[in-house]
Design a protein around this ligand. Structure first.
Ligand code: TPP
Ligand code: SF4
Length: 295
C-alpha cells in the first residue's frame, strides 16, 4: 500500500526545530521524509557535509536519532561495521549512511563500492545538492554540466557521474532516484527499500538555494521542475529490473534552467543542446524499462 499524507503526518520525524540549515534547504526536506519512513529504530552514519553542521554540535542536537559522524572516505565501511555489530548483538536496526554528493560520488566512492559489492545490509542515501556546499560551493563529480560553482566560474565543462547506475552495476537489490519535489515518490521508495535485505541506494535530488542561487521559497518547485523537464528522471531498479516511476508531461528545460542563477552563463542555444542530452537519457531509460534486467 502506498504511503499517504496521513501516514507521513502520523509518523515522527527525527528532525527537530532550531537546526543550523539555511532556509529552504532541500536536504532537510529529504531528511524529514526519510526519518519519518525509517522510524526511530535507525542509526545514521554521516560523513563531513552540510548535514554534519545542520545536526549541530554536542551537547545540542537538531536530530533526535543516533548519529555516528565519520571520515569522508569511510562512511559506508563504518555503516557496515555498525550493522554487523548490531547483528552480533541480535538487534535488527536500520543502519543508514546519509551523505552529500561529494562524499558519495567522489571521496566515499570506494567504501560505497566495497559495501555494495559485499552486499552489506545497509541503506546508503545520497542527498545531492550537486556541489561541495558546506565548504563554499565547489564543483563535485555530481555537478551538472555548465553549472557555475566557485571552482567552475564559467560553468562546469564535464558531464556528471551517473552514480545510481554505477551502484546498480554492483547488482544490488535496490537502487532509486528521487526528488524532494515528488515527496510521495520518495516516501514510497524509502518504504520499499526499508523492507529489503542487502544493500539499498537512494539518490535524492536536493535543491540548495544559496548554492544554486534561487529564492528560498522555490525549493519544492525547483525539485519538481527538474523531474517535469526530464532533467532528473525518477526511476527504481529492483533486483536488476528498471521502472520509471514518474512520467510527467514534458515541460521545456528552459523553465528549470532559468530559475537558477548557477546556469546564468547558458545561452538559449546551449539550453537546446542540453535538452537533446536530457531527451537522450530519458529515451534510454524508457528503452531500459523494456529490458528484462538492466544489470
Ligand atoms: C578528507 C576531507 N577532505 C575535505 C574535508 C572538508 N570538507 C568538509 S565538508 C566538505 C564538503 C562536502 O560536500 P558534500 O559531500 O557534497 O556535502 P555538502 O556539503 O554539499 O552537504 C568538505 C570538502 C574534510 N572534512 N575531510
Ligand atoms: S548550503 Fe545548501 S545543502 Fe547546505 S544547508 Fe544550506 S541549503 Fe542546505
Amino acid at each position: 500500500m502506498s504511503i499517504t499524507i496521513h501516514d507521513l503526518r502520523r509518523r515522527e520525524s527525527s528532525y527537530l526545530p532550531g537546526s543550523a540549515a539555511c532556509p529552504g534547504c532541500g536536504a532537510t526536506i529529504a531528511f524529514r521524509i526519510a526519518s519519518r519512513i525509517l522510524g526511530p529504530n535507525t542509526v545514521y552514519v554521516v560523513p563531513a557535509c552540510c548535514f554534519s553542521i545542520i545536526q549541530s554540535t554536542y551537547p545540542r542536537s537538531a536530530i533526535s536519532a543516533p548519529i555516528l559522524n565519520f571520515a569522508f572516505a569511510a562512511a559506508a565501511a563504518a555503516a557496515s561495521g555498525v550493522q554487523r555489530a548490531y547483528k552480533f548483538l541480535g538487534k535488527d536496526v536500520n543502519v543508514v549512511v546519509w551523505a552529500g554528493d561529494g562524499g558519495t560520488v567522489d571521496i566515499g566512492i570506494q567504501a560505497l563500492s566495497g559495501a555494495a559489492e559485499r552486499g552489506e545490509n545497509i541503506m546508503y542515501i545520497c542527498y545531492d545538492n550537486e556541489a561541495y556546499m558546506n565548504t563554499g560551493i565547489q564543483r563535485s563529480g555530481a555537478t551538472p554540466m555548465k553549472a557555475i560553482t566557485k571552482t567552475t566560474p564559467t560553468g562546469k565543462q564535464e558531464m556528471p557521474k551517473d552514480m545510481p547506475m554505477i551502484v546498480a552495476a554492483h547488482r544490488v537489490p535496490y537502487v532509486a532516484t528521487a526528488s524532494v519535489g515528488y515527496p510521495f515518490d520518495l516516501a514510497n521508495k524509502l518504504e520499499k527499500a526499508r523492507k529489503i535485505k542487502g544493500f539499498k541506494y537512494i539518490h535524492i535530488f536536493s535543491p540548495c538555494p544559496p548554492g544554486w542561487d534561487f529564492p528560498v521559497e522555490k525549493t519544492a518547485e525547483v525539485g519538481k521542475l527538474a523531474v517535469d523537464t526530464y532533467f532528473w528522471p525518477l526511476y527504481e531498479i529492483v533486483e536488476g529490473k528498471l521502472r520509471v516511476t514518474v512520467k510527467p508531461r514534458k515541460k521545456p528545460l528552459k523553465e528549470f534552467i532559468r530559475m537558477q542563477r548557477r546556469f546564468d552563463s547558458l545561452k538559449d542555444e546551449e539550453i537546446e543542446e542540453m535538452e537533446k542530452l536530457v531527451m537522450e537519457k530519458w529515451n534510454f531509460l524508457l528503452h531500459l524499462e523494456k529490458s528484462e534486467r538492466v544489470f
